[in-house]
Design a protein around this ligand. Structure first.
Ligand SMILES: [Zn+2]
Length: 237
């Protein structure tokens, strides 16, 4: 009897210690897996603005915004594939399949925007990055600017991306991340964190020259990917 009295509390303490240790080990393993695993919970949806019947802004030399957007997007998508980052494009070329009833440019644009939105909102874990170029009647305005949608996290991604783009590519840039205008369909209706990057002004001769360079477009895509990875790793930390 005396032995049993003595043994029971000890067994209970040992058992409790084992449970606590196992729980701690399981927790540590979970934390280790979260840190080591590729960011599989998120999908970068890369949206090269315009395309098909809609060339977007046009530079004085005829350069189309839609072509520059697509080139940056394809470079970014190639980097994602290289690094094992899940990504999808809303378009991968300049041809867009429009429904038969979309018989005017305006209707084609609307049909295309709705198709892109369906892809974005149908992608679990989506983070939208829309790529555009700016244009102004005067030549002097310049600088990269990032705009963000209303869903939580969008502003955080925009501020991060704006800081990285400015720091790495245009340290004198005074533009700051700002809310996207409500008239921008994808920014307004995407149900995920969403940013739109105006990579430069086609109306500014220096920026047009930079945007026409392969090296500069690669740099843009590298900084965009780095910013996205910082953002989703921050969410997983
Ligand atoms: Zn645009």
């Amino acid at each position: 009897m005396r032995f049993i009295k003595w043994w029971f509390p000890l067994a209970a303490v040992v058992l409790l210690a084992a449970v606590v240790l196992l729980a701690a080990a399981a927790l540590a393993l979970d934390q280790y897996q979260a840190a080591a695993a590729p960011p599989a919970d998120y999908v970068l949806v890369i949206d090269p603005g315009h395309g098909g019947a809609d060339g977007g802004a046009v530079a004085a030399d005829g350069t189309l915004e839609s072509d520059i957007n697509l080139d940056i997007a394809l470079r970014l998508e190639a980097l994602c594939r290289f690094w094992g980052v899940d990504a999808v494009l809303t378009r991968s070329g300049d041809d867009i399949d429009y429904p038969a009833q979309a018989d005017t440019i305006a209707r084609k644009k609307v049909a295309d925007q709705h198709a892109r939105l369906a892809l974005i909102n149908g992608t679990p874990g989506a983070v939208l990055l829309s790529i555009h170029q700016n244009k102004y009647p005067a030549a002097s305005p310049h600088g990269i600017q990032v705009f963000y949608g209303p869903v939580a996290g969008s502003d955080q991604l925009a501020v991060l991306t704006q800081g990285n783009l400015t720091g790495q590519l245009c340290p004198d840039n005074r533009r700051v991340a700002a809310p996207a205008d409500k008239s921008i369909f994808l920014m307004k209706n995407a149900q995920c964190p969403a940013v739109l990057v105006e990579c430069g002004f086609l109306s500014n001769p220096d920026e047009l020259l930079a945007l026409q360079s392969d090296t500069y477009r690669t740099k843009l895509s590298v900084v965009l990917l780095g910013s996205y990875l910082q953002y989703i790793r921050g969410l997983q930390a």
